[in-house]
Design a binder for this molecule. Structure first.
Ligand code: SF4
Length: 390
């Protein structure tokens, strides 16, 4: 295996575009060093040779036969669902939206517990690029996330520990690697996050509140936030997943809005997977909504259910991060058990190219340092749409 780079790594939503890959032997190493990125490349570079291009019920078939069967399943579906997108590109998501529109399907970019009406489409958000946060924020609050594990170079990219006077505050009651780097640690059970955020908001507005043992740490945090001209909040599924998650996200955005009266305050959301931001952005510009969208009525509608739709009868997984149960799967990694039709696709960033949106929305090119014969998911979805319309 060769050495190549610098290229863009799609191992997490940071999409570092300065990565050198050394795959000279059975182990993959990255420069700058990143274990998560090395694992991502090795899963795709060291795939077993001779994998079929497509399977039906686990048996190798040609791609044309697989597309025909997939189109049959989708044409016969009452309530199809397109989901996954953990490693999708912008081009993949655009092709998926076109197919979902034609099928009247639900398209979902969030495969976790559905958290209800999403906060950002409802009220908007104050955001910034990584570079803007690095250059301006003097207090960075990481709320119940552990980017040292999930986005290993985030603190470096935000300039934390880079010589500029900047306070890292971590809100988390778990002992994480990120919490270990914090100058200030605050901890309470996750069930009190909504109370903490609304209390901070009330304190910022000068209201009298009784928050018990939270009052002292929250007053201290507010004092730090008020002492600097630029602050940033980093958050993700630790705050927004599960019941009431989007209410907590809304409370964070309302707090940031209130802080913005006197200083520059922004949020940075850590997506659960590298392709999620690209798929959300494509959905937003093509349908008007990010997240989960239903095309069943003939026009796009935002899905605000807290439970996945229980009448879904055919699911199509697009570039999933791991093998999941579905009738049809299009992915660069092997299909999971129970998948009826699987079509192998190129891994964007290794044997296929494309465009991806970094977690702060900046578009970046994914190169194909080792181009192969597998088609992109976008190409397969476009062929599938033609097959459905035949
Ligand atoms: S931080 Fe993420 S994008 Fe950057 S090298 Fe590591 S895995 Fe790749």
């Amino acid at each position: 295996m060769p050495e190549f780079g610098p290229i863009t790594c799609a191992g997490c939503g940071l999409l570092c575009d300065d990565v050198l890959v050394d795959a000279a032997d059975d182990a993959v190493r990255l420069t700058p060093d990143c274990d998560l990125g090395a694992q991502w490349f090795s899963e795709r570079l060291l795939r077993p040779a001779g994998a079929p291009s497509a399977t039906i019920d686990g048996k190798p078939v040609d791609v044309g036969s697989a597309l025909t069967r997939a189109a049959e399943l989708l044409r016969g579906a009452r309530r199809p669902l397109l989901h996954g997108f953990e490693h999708a590109t912008v081009e993949d998501a655009r092709a998926a939206v076109a197919l979902a529109d034609r099928l009247g399907a639900v398209i979902a970019t969030d495969d976790g517990e559905w958290a209800g009406a999403p906060a950002v489409p409802l009220r908007g958000a104050s955001t910034a690029t990584l570079g803007e946060i690095r250059d301006r924020a003097r207090v960075v609050v990481i709320w119940r996330e552990d980017p040292e594990s999930t986005h290993p170079r985030l603190l470096e990219r935000l300039g934390i520990g880079g010589g500029v006077e900047r306070t890292l505050v971590v809100v988390d009651d778990s002992d994480t690697a990120t919490a270990g780097r914090a100058e200030v640690r605050l901890g309470w059970p996750p069930g009190r996050d909504l109370e903490a955020l609304t209390t901070l908001h009330a304190l910022q507005r000068g209201l009298t509140v009784r928050a018990g043992e939270l009052e002292l740490p929250l007053s201290g945090l507010l004092k730090r936030l008020r002492a600097v001209p630029h602050v940033a909040f980093v958050y993700g599924a630790g705050l927004t997943a599960g019941a009431g998650g989007q209410r907590r996200a809304l409370a964070l955005h309302e707090l940031v809005r209130a802080l913005c009266h006197e200083r520059h305050a922004v949020t940075l959301e850590l997506p659960g997977a590298p392709g999620t931001r690209s798929a959300d952005d494509v959905l937003a510009w093509q349908s008007g909504y990010g997240g989960n969208v239903d095309f069943a009525s003939g026009h796009p509608e935002l899905v605000t259910a807290t439970q996945p739709l229980d009448d879904v009868d055919v699911t199509l997984l697009v570039e999933p991060g791991s093998a999941g149960a579905a009738e049809i799967a299009l992915g660069s990694l092997a299909a999971g058990p129970g998948v009826e039709v699987w079509i192998r696709t190129a891994a964007a960033g290794v044997d296929g190219g494309g465009t991806a949106h970094r977690l702060d929305g900046v578009p970046l090119a994914l190169q194909a340092p080792l181009p192969g014969e597998a088609p992109s998911a976008a190409a397969v979805l476009t062929r599938l749409l033609a097959e459905v319309e035949r």
